[in-house]
Ligand binder design. Structure first.
Ligand code: UTP
Length: 307
């Protein structure tokens, strides 16, 4: 049994190689790519803090400096902005450093998301914890993480977030088979499979980058062999927990089906859409950007050669 039942800790795996975004991610983690004017990871950390999580742990890899620097103070920059009386920029700079204490652990070798989560074991200990992927942005008006935490606290199990995707897109995600729970707005997971071919997918429900995990996942991850892509897959460990009989340690994997807005910034096209959409909706940028986009769309290319 877990000694601490309230979810307090958030883990942010940010040690992936980001190969879909090369060469931009050669010397910079993809989580640092700017989405309008903040790196993607800042939206994600803010989401965790808004959901009441106070203990923040980032799993970093090579080129971790920029991540640490971003959440650290730069007194000389702050002093300069203060001297200039630029309170707007000063506030923007201070926003990233006032989110709370962030701890860092290095994942020496990026052996997969499951392995990155395992690296958090000593810090998290024997309590349920949230995992937020730094390249997945959930609209700030949504209460997804808080809803997931509530389901974890109610069930005592593990909770994932699912989203419906087009059948041809499921092979890019972990996929879940679910059954309804009468009277509840969350569902039970009966099976999970990482990146299945569309024809083998048990549903069109994709796992998105938010988890609230029972600490029993750590023992399972220790014993999880590399799976798809020769990586230790978190999905495989969750499948093990989902197949445990009721009453066994860590049994019960549930899901909140998310219908709101989510942006995947680890993929080039989704990243571009995220930047455009978020900028278009901002008061300081939208009034100029939207008419420009409308005008541009009239003359934008409609054919592309293979150059
Ligand atoms: P992805 O599979 O999206 O990350 O992992 P990736 O491997 O960096 O991406 P591509 O496919 O090569 O472009 C999901 C999350 O897990 C983290 C990533 O940083 C991302 O937030 N991750 C992945 C790790 O922290 N360590 C790993 O070994 C793998």
């Amino acid at each position: 049994m877990s000694t601490q039942n309230r979810v307090r800790k958030a883990v942010f795996p940010a040690a992936g190689l980001g190969t879909r975004f090369l060469p931009a991610t050669k010397a910079m983690p993809k989580e640092m790519l700017p989405v309008v004017d903040k790196p993607a990871i800042q939206y994600v950390v803010q989401e965790a803090v808004s959901a009441g999580l106070t203990d923040l742990l980032m799993i970093t890899g090579r080129s971790k400096r920029s991540l640490e620097d971003h959440f650290d103070r730069v007194p000389s920059l702050e002093a300069r902005l203060q001297e200039k009386g630029d309170s707007t920029k000063l506030k923007a700079v201070q926003q990233a450093t006032s989110l709370g204490d962030i701890h860092y652990i290095r994942q020496g070798d990026p052996k997969g998301l499951g392995h990155a989560v395992l690296c958090s074991r000593q810090h998290v200990g024997d309590e349920p914890f949230a995992v937020l992927l730094g390249d997945d942005i959930i609209d700030a008006n949504e209460s997804l993480l808080a809803d997931m935490i509530a389901v974890q606290e109610k069930t005592g199990g593990t909770v994932v977030a699912l989203m419906e995707v087009a059948p041809e897109e499921i092979s890019a995600y972990g996929c879940a088979a679910v059954e309804a729970i009468p009277g509840e707005d969350y569902v039970k997971i009966t099976g999970l499979v990482e990146k299945p071919e569309a024809k083998d997918a048990p549903s069109n429900l994709a796992i998105i980058g938010r988890y609230v995990l029972h600490p029993a996942v750590y023992d399972v991850l220790e014993n999880t062999e590399p799976g798809r892509g020769h990586e230790i897959q978190l999905t495989d460990a969750l499948q093990t927990l989902a197949s445990r009989p009721e009453g066994e340690e860590g049994a019960g994997v549930y899901a909140v089906i998310f219908k709101g807005r989510r942006y995947d910034t680890g993929d080039k096209l989704s990243y571009l859409k995220a930047v455009i959409q978020m900028a278009a909706e901002r008061k300081d940028l939208g009034p100029d950007l939207v008419p420009w986009l409308q005008e541009y769309a009239k003359s934008a290319p409609t054919q592309w050669d293979d150059k």
